[in-house]
Design a protein around this ligand. Structure first.
Ligand code: ZN
Length: 209
């Protein structure tokens, strides 16, 4: 039989996964939420006729002008960094996918023509625009109205990053992923690392192979 203290230690060691967390770091509050994948079928088509009560799938399909969505989309995976001034920057899948080029790039996966051929030609011209099959996005976050984004010559201090410092907070969030019909992989992820003393870094990573 184990003692109460042993039980307590066991609970602390096996920290259960959480779906949201919030950390205050100097003038910033860093918060993330995580949840399940976007469902692939609209289960409330009647309700979804009203834009105000659409399901998440309908919000995505109606907002984005994409012929199809990535295989995996995580609509509730969000990271928000709020400054004490009230300004904030958020990272979410919908805004990242809004930046996917439609008909502006020549990148194609081998099966894109095949896929088009399976669609009725009468629908093709109107409903399907050529688009970036790799879901490339130069998304750099969604900023609040009161935040001002200015260009900078400042660069990340790589030497500082090499210093071994205790990590206070780390989280990686998948926004979306697609296997390009088995021709590779394309994903968009957000990583946040806060070090105990000097800094916090946030990375938006778009990966395609
Ligand atoms: Zn719906």
């Amino acid at each position: 039989m184990c003692t109460l203290n042993q039980e307590k230690d066991a609970i602390e060691i096996q920290r259960l996964p959480v779906n949201s967390e919030e950390q205050v770091f100097h003038d910033w509050t860093i918060k993330y939420t995580k949840s399940h994948i976007l469902h692939s079928i609209c289960s409330s088509s009647e309700k979804c006729k009203d834009p105000a009560s659409q399901c998440l799938l309908c919000v995505y399909t109606n907002t984005l002008e994409l012929p199809h969505l990535p295989e995996m989309v995580f609509p509730n995976n969000k990271l928000i960094l709020k400054h004490n001034s009230g300004a904030w920057i958020e990272f979410n899948a919908l805004d990242a996918l809004k930046k996917v080029c439609n008909g502006k790039q020549n990148l194609k996966v081998a099966c894109s023509e095949e896929w088009k051929e399976t669609r009725a030609p009468e629908n093709l011209m109107e409903k399907i625009k050529p688009f970036d099959w790799t879901f490339s996005s130069d998304y750099r976050g969604t900023v609040s109205d009161i935040a001002v984004v200015t260009p900078t010559e400042e660069r990340i201090n790589i030497e500082k990053l090499k210093e071994k410092e205790k990590i206070l907070f780390y989280q990686e969030l998948m926004l979306y992923e697609d296997e390009l019909h088995d021709n590779g992989i394309s994903s968009c992820t957000i990583k946040i690392v806060s070090y105990i003393f000097h800094s916090s870094h946030c990375y938006a990573r778009k990966f395609t192979k």
